[in-house]
Design a protein around this ligand. Structure first.
Ligand code: ATP
Length: 236
């Protein structure tokens, strides 16, 4: 379970997220919604154990995030690779696990290659494993990053804007992989998004954040006109 109580997150002394309280069960998916600058990435990074300048309670499976990092996978919004190192798709996936295990070398063990192949098959990209990562489409890259995040068998998967910059058909592909992760792996997920519509089928809970918590509950409870209008104005 993920628990936040009166959580306030800072950059120096500046508050980016203020007094947020919520609970998420270990098999639930939370969609984190809010306008630009609302604090979504900041909250996600704090839950990932990557940002520790906070006050209040934040527990991931009963421990502060920094102590749970071995069971957390975090996929940042923009993922960039050094293009001078022309990695193949399978190397990108396997390196996720090497990095987690504190190993940084290019001799990828055979068992890890097998796990990476399985992870790529899970996201429907087994046939592209030897292609260069840089040559993939945006939707394919995002699915590779999901495979990379899953290979370390996380109990909590944190995804920052996984659908941004994707065209509608690529969004459908990525959402169907997320639905498969939810159904077949059954872990906790927190997904930030500007547009909850493509994701409502997998969201158990929605949080509407605008520095402070505006609403938290089921999609039916939160995605109501008067609540959305409060944050985004009447044009939405
Ligand atoms: P977006 O949807 O535009 O990605 P967001 O909801 O993810 O926005 P954050 O990136 O978490 O919002 O930013 C929340 C607030 O914290 C903003 O006011 C932002 O300017 C500020 N902020 C973000 N990163 C830093 C930083 N490294 N140092 C200082 N302030 C920061």
């Amino acid at each position: 379970m993920i628990i936040a109580e009166n959580l306030t997150i800072y950059y120096d002394r500046q508050k980016a997220v203020e007094n947020v309280t919520f609970k998420l069960d270990s098999d639930q998916t939370l969609l984190l919604l809010g306008p630009n600058g609302a604090g979504k990435t900041t909250l996600l990074r704090a839950v990932a154990g990557l940002h520790q300048n906070y006050k209040g309670t934040l527990l991931v499976f009963g421990k502060p995030p920094i102590e749970s990092r071995n069971v957390i996978s975090y996929v940042p919004q923009s993922y960039s690779l050094n293009e001078r190192v022309p990695l193949t798709v399978i190397e990108v996936v396997a390196m996720g696990a090497l990095y987690k295990r504190g190993l940084m070398h290019f001799n990828i063990p055979r068992n890890l290659l097998r796990e990476a192949t399985e992870a790529l098959e899970f996201v429907g990209l087994g046939s592209l494993k030897d292609k260069r990562f840089s040559e993939l489409s945006g939707g394919q890259k995002q699915r590779v990053l999901l495979a990379r995040a899953l290979i370390s068998k996380p109990k909590l998967l944190l995804l920052d804007e996984p659908l941004s910059a994707l065209d509608p058909s690529a969004r459908v592909e990525v959402v169907s992989v997320l639905a498969k992760i939810k159904q077949e792996i059954g872990l906790a997920m927190i997904i930030t998004t500007h547009d909850p519509n493509p994701l409502t089928e997998i969201g158990d809970k929605i949080m509407l954040l605008n520095k402070e918590l505006i609403a938290f509950g089921s999609p039916e409870e939160v995605l109501r006109d008067e609540i959305i209008t409060k944050v985004y104005g009447s044009q939405s």
